[in-house]
Design a protein around this ligand. Sequence first.
Ligand SMILES: [Zn+2]
Length: 1011
Amino acid sequence: MKLAAALLLLPLGIARAQPPTPESVLGHKPGDDFYLASYDESLGYFQKLAKATDKLKLVQVGKTTQGRDWYIAVISAAKNLAALDKYKDTARRLALVKGLTDAQARELAHNGKVIVHIDGGLHATEVAHAQHTIQLAYNLVTGADAETAAILDNVILLLWFSINPDGQNMVVNWYRANVGTPFEVSNLPGLYQEYIGHDNNRDGYMNNMIESQVITRANLEFYPQVFYNHHQTAPFPARIWIPPFGDPVSLNPHPLMYRWVNVFGTAMAAYLDEHDMPGAMHRGRFDDWYPGFVDHVNNFRNTVSFLTETALYRFATPHFYTTDEFPQDKRDLRTEVFYSSPWRGGWWRLGDAVRYMLGSSMAVLDTAAKNREELQYDRYRAGRDVVARFTKDPPYAYIIPRAQRDPNTAAILAEKLIIDGIEMHQATRDLTADGATYKEGDWVVLMDQPFAALVKELFDVQKYPELPHPPPVTAAGGRGGGAASPPATPAATPAATPAVTAGGRGAAGGGRGAAAGGRGTPAAAGGQAPPAQLPYDVTGWTLPIQMGVETVAVSQPVSDATRRQLRKIERADPIQGKVEGSGPVFAFSHNSNASLIAVNDILAAGGTVSFAKTEPTIYATGHADLLRKSGVNASSLKEAPDAWPVKKPRIALYEPWMGVIDEGWTRWILEQYRFPFTRVHNPDIQAGHLREHYDTLVIAEMGTRQIMDGMAPGSVPGQYAGGIGETGAQALRDFVTQGGTLVTLGNATLFAMDEFSLPLTNVVAGLPQSQFFCSGSLLRTEIKEPNHPAVAGLPATPAVMFERNPVFDTKPAFRGKVLAAYLKDRNPLISGFLLGAETIQGKAAALDANYGSGHIIMLAFRPQWRGQAHGTYKFLFNALYYNQAMAQEAPAREGGRGGGNPQQSAWRREAESVKTDLSKLVDQNRAYFTARGPAAAEPGKSLESALDAFQRDRLPQLDDLRAQVEDAAAARRFAAYSAQLKKFAVDLRTKDFSASKLDDLLEQYKLAVIP
Ligand SMILES: [Zn+2]
């Protein structure tokens, strides 16, 4: 039957029209000077092409953030497309491994096709890739040569003509409006992805954005073996930057991924030289360390994934380069091992970039075709090996307990993993097995699954490797590059935004690559050798720590009996709230982020809300249904105790014209948590009278110069030039003087310090990278004012994301409060890399500065970083509600540790006191083990009796106090701490610690931080 239908269709196939050339539909050849096709036009062309060939079919993969229909082209020989479902199934079975023997996998690979993803890029101001996809499709469906035939026969190409359709349209519209005017190469104002601009290439594992979700979903539907993501721009004067990449790389992917990436890169270089396209460069310092890049995340799912960066001037405008514009060490045009065909300068046009991209894409397709079977089999092999790795070695599983201080966020973490293609289970009843306790409803990740490397990578604590000094690398660009890379622009300078570089500290960055450029800072600034190869992006991201979610690594194999008590789930349902009684007042915990959704919904519905003054408790009238819906557990009270009333805040969010990524993230998070807000631009601020309209004004991570000066006059059309200037700064001072709350995040705290003349010092200002360096790491802070409303619901020692931010010390004239400080008595680094810890220990991370009758909340880290740092969202959320009335009453009580109730505080006080005993015990251990012969008898006896007393009296006391703690999550943490204390006590009796430092021991025994 099927055969007959296929035969019937044949005559129609023959009758098809000739595939139209791009120029016949678009009026231009892709790559023409001064011309860019929009996404809509590109789609129009692909629709016509699909009608005229049986080698290409369009598939809708979803919708974009702005609601556009999003299509990809699937390109292969007609007979392969006719059997697409069969080949998808083969790819899926090989990727998921389960139930296959090696022989069966071999057979599948022998009969299957290699599936390759190639895309038109997601950084929309890098324009060439979305043009090259149009030409690539036409060339493939019309090519009559043997190379094309072999590709179509062996490869199924998933051609994404753009992976940021909204952005492509924005940029094309902008360029068209300016081409031929003095602003032809001006920056696009605003972000080229609705919320996060350039960070759309940093959302790979988190999938916060709709676009990321669509791409991930397609990867889990088609299971491509190869993923190729195009970017611009190359390190000047290279014409294209390709794999092999620089070190360091992530530790967890299967080694074959990097091997194949190198094969593809080397094949590309040869192909380009064979086709008279010199100037391909490998290596350099753009690394694969952060797992959130849209390509790299797929290496953890055993898809061979990589990007390239092709040279770019600006948009579709050509440019002529002479060698004397080249960096000094490239002017002699000498042959290098990783740059063996140096580019000699001359014209560089959009058409050249398109040609190079066509070459590199064809090289990838050609290499995939020639290795069809091996690439398929290696995806199976990698999955099989990962399963074997976690069958043999721990962690055998991770548990995400349901009882947490913020259970709703734990559910979000579980859901994120499922979106990432991780198989997730839930315990169907309480059970203790193999050294771990599972409670009914706990989420369980069994690690013997093919993509487990991703879980390991996200849950591990990162230790950025100390590498030797990197080889000298020239110029800017790299991962994510920028819209523009004029010659000899040092990477530290966001070239496209000359007005905003003075901030220096890698300031925030615009949507145009400034952020990435800033992070590509070359090592040897100021002639000072750096301590290690500097990271390209962040160094530590440990997701459970960022999200404030507790997870348990299971160190014993999970038995079949335990597995039978687990249920596989397809999604992690959001937690439903349990509401006891019928009010009229409901009390619920401030600890979960979801409680703030409830607060916003209740305020919007006209209810009243108040925050308890010394407990992490929120009171609200009525609206039990809203509480339930937000996933909040509440109990009923007759009346609300004395508490701080919370008003529906009138929030303004400052939005500079240049497009600041963190502003977009902030906007997205405010929407997610249903905070109402108004976007304000420079003229709105300069107009003053802000206090009449707003209670709170938020400035996200950005530099002082960005805020004050914006984009340089003359560089962009007049209405977008400039910042808030002195007029705007005065309007902000008036706003706070009149009782408003200004909330500043990250480096915007420096704007507050400078423009409000706050008596503070930034203790890391001006320090060379050889003395202080921390580019994206998780650091431990300590809450200093546990009863301050701005820190309500936060744990006692929150982990914060620190990314080249200031650290403050207060001068005597400072009026206000230090809300949180970096740990004083030990290195605050948790995950990533921190050089110069002692400089910031004990110094302020968050402050409430009094100013006039208002307040400035300064959060000098990244409280909502990339929509990942759920654990510190409340720093921001609380600040949004914070007002004068609360401040006047905020007690200056000292000594508490916050984040708990009296029972928990009592336990912590006792634990502190027990911890101080340890120092004495270690001294006694040292005395005993350093003594020789008979002289050891005395110290031996006193160590014995001290330990006897410690174990007999001190430890049980702690256990007694713990028994009174009701909160299950807190009790569990306390129990874990006590268990470590017991272990340490046992070892102190028998092990020689005379060569160890107390701090190291506390660290080693996980006793340094009291939970
Ligand atoms: Zn890019």
